[in-house]
Design a protein around this ligand. Structure first.
Ligand code: GUN
Length: 313
């Protein structure tokens, strides 16, 4: 087993925090729909002021290759968000057969287009296209997904540029409700390039003590039991048992799974986790809309427009 040793002082202070915040009441909801709406309003206001002052409306190129049903739904939602935020969406729907060279040529053209401040290529790409090559072909300054190796490296080195949307959106969501991250033990379950890895870097940047668990972690229950903030991003229902959640923990569920009944659910059993947690994000209506609103925020910022982050009134 992978052994982690807390020194006696930090371990007992963790337990004290937990005891103080043990919740006899069910968890409060981290309402991603409401907070993302507040972010979009903030982006809209910032862009409107910029345009009133004679600035150019920001443009976001949204590139979809093929017709993957889930990707098509996400892209449609992103284009709708552009309308809400006052961003000009450029739609590039390419056939599945598009070659890597053709896609790279389009990205090169978008990188040079001064009406476009953000370039988003929806993932996953068809298997004949190298995602790493495509991601790193996007201009660093237009990489509003924050997936370019240079932008991830900047975050790792505490020199953030454009930051990955899901992890930044989770921080915005927690900040909105005044939930402290700095100094707390945050456990991330999942180490994907899109969510888990950048999230670990983002939380470290925010001053958290971070544990990242992944497919090779030998005693997941141990780490989850010691999480003050637990973020699950695996995309597999039941990967974390709700019984493992510490009393008073903050639970953020990034997973989206469809049950046979058609119902959308997260990675953890919401009701059982909510009985133990102090705060929990629902699925749907939690992290998903925060990711999309943060994409709009990143696009405004890529255009040099500052966006005020909303705080609970
Ligand atoms: N596929 C799943 N999530 C994302 C995302 O945040 N950005 C892009 N480009 N593709 C995705």
């Amino acid at each position: 087993m992978l052994a982690i040793r807390y020194n006696a002082r930090s371990f007992s202070s963790l337990k004290t925090t937990m005891n103080k915040s043990m919740n006899p009441a069910p968890a409060q909801i981290l309402d991603g729909l409401a907070v993302s709406a507040a972010v979009l309003t903030s982006v809209h206001e910032a862009i409107a002021a910029h345009v009133r002052a004679g600035g150019q409306r920001p443009g976001l190129a949204v590139v979809l290759v093929g017709e993957d049903p889930a990707s098509s739904i996400y892209v449609r939602a992103k284009r709708k968000d552009c309308e809400r935020a006052g961003i000009q969406a450029g739609d590039f729907d390419l056939p599945f057969e598009t070659s890597q060279a053709e896609l790279l040529a389009l990205i090169d053209q978008l990188n040079r287009d001064d009406k476009i401040q953000g370039v988003l290529v929806q993932l996953p790409l068809p298997p004949h296209i190298d995602e790493v090559a495509v991601t790193n072909a996007i201009s660093v300054s237009k990489d509003v997904d924050g997936f370019h190796a240079f932008n991830v490296g900047r975050l790792a080195l505490r020199q953030p540029g454009l930051r990955p949307c899901t992890s930044r959106g989770i921080v915005t969501l927690l900040n909105y409700y005044g939930i402290r991250i700095k100094g707390r033990h945050c456990v991330v379950v999942g180490a994907s390039n899109i969510v888990g890895r950048p999230l670990g870097l983002e939380l470290l940047y925010q001053g958290a003590t971070v544990t990242t668990c992944h497919r090779f972690t030998e005693d997941l229950a141990f780490y989850v039991r010691h999480a003050e903030v637990l973020i699950i991003a695996v995309g597999k229902r039941g990967v974390v048992d709700a019984d493992w959640v510490a009393d008073g923990a903050v639970v953020v569920d990034v997973g989206i799974n469809r049950l046979e009944s058609g119902k959308l659910v997260g990675d953890i059993d919401f009701e059982r986790a909510a009985a133990k947690a102090a705060w929990i994000s629902p699925v749907p209506g939690g992290v998903g809309p925060m990711t999309r609103a943060t994409l709009m925020q990143n696009t405004a910022e890529a255009a040099g427009i500052d966006v005020a982050e909303p705080i609970m009134p």
